[in-house]
Design a protein around this ligand. Structure first.
Ligand SMILES: Nc1ncnc2c1ncn2[C@@H]1O[C@H](COP(=O)(O)OP(=O)(O)OP(=O)(O)O)[C@@H](O)[C@H]1O
Length: 252
């Protein structure tokens, strides 16, 4: 029997955007609170609309769709970082959205950030010490000098993304979600990270990958979910879904 890791059941996410406007009086505000109607100047963006799917252990699922179609929002909802407005997300273990994005600090050195990121993912100091060199080597940040001892703000955006991916990939995750990270590295790093995603899959986790690079999804994922305007358009084998998506973007 296949082992489900994430179940999304009719998930909706609505963002409330405050765009200024008149504030109105306290009575009007109380009226809005009681009626649960958004006030003037509050706009709603319905970013994810009734998405349902079940992900299984061992799958690598690519999330594709045009800009603003709701991919990142759906990942954040699965990771529990974005409350769902309606519907439910059930998950086994704690899904990590590339683990450590929020925890890393630009003013600290790469070395300190590896420790911080490892702790944020629940690794012990001993485990971090053991894997430290592997993480730095994998990221390749030291290929052009001793960057691990420099603050992260001195890194190029590609170097920062590579280090984040390396920290996140150092741990085996029940559910690992990667947002665009594979697209940032150079060719050698992309090969290394594809291999690592394969390993993570073999160790029985589920990997979600958000990417604009359809080639990356074809190479790394066996299944793809295509979102358009927050609606699930297609869910199936990566090759089929990518073909349909590419035909759609050619027509658009
Ligand atoms: N914090 C936010 N507040 C309000 N609206 C938001 C917020 N984040 C995203 N949105 C809106 O939600 C919709 C979906 O955005 P999301 O970032 O999930 O799309 P995406 O498919 O990941 O886009 P991209 O491919 O450009 O990264 C868009 O209309 C966007 O403007």
């Amino acid at each position: 029997m296949a082992d489900p890791t994430v179940i999304a059941d009719d998930v909706h996410v609505v963002y409330k955007v405050h765009s200024g406007g008149r504030k109105g009086g306290a009575t009007a505000a109380l009226g809005r609170l009681l009626s649960r109607r958004p006030g003037p100047g509050v706009r709603e963006v319905h970013a994810v609309r009734g998405v349902s799917f079940t992900a299984y252990r061992g799958e690598a699922i690519g999330l594709i769709g045009t800009n603003g179609s709701g991919k990142s929002t759906l990942l954040k909802a699965i990771a529990g970082l974005q409350p769902v407005t309606r519907g439910r997300v059930y998950s086994q273990g704690r899904p990590s959205l590339l683990g450590v994005n929020a925890a890393l600090m630009n003013d600290l050195s790469g070395e300190r950030n590896v420790i911080l990121g490892g702790l944020a993912m629940g690794m012990s100091r001993g485990q971090i010490r053991e894997r430290y060199q592997g993480i730095v080597d994998f990221s390749g940040i030291n290929e052009k000098g001793d960057f691990a001892s420099l603050p992260m703000r001195t890194y190029s955006s590609g170097m920062g993304a590579r280090l984040r991916f390396s920290i996140a990939a150092a741990k085996d995750h029940d559910v690992l979600m990667i947002d665009e990270a594979l697209a940032t590295g150079d060719a050698a790093f992309q090969r290394r990270s594809q291999k690592r995603v394969e390993e993570l899959r073999e160790r029985a986790g589920t990997v979600f990958l958000v990417s604009h690079g359809i080639a990356t999804v074809r190479a790394t994922c066996d299944r793809a979910i295509w979102l358009e305007s927050g609606v699930l358009r297609m869910d199936g084998p990566a090759a089929e879904v990518c073909d349909a998506y590419e035909a759609f973007t050619r027509r658009a």
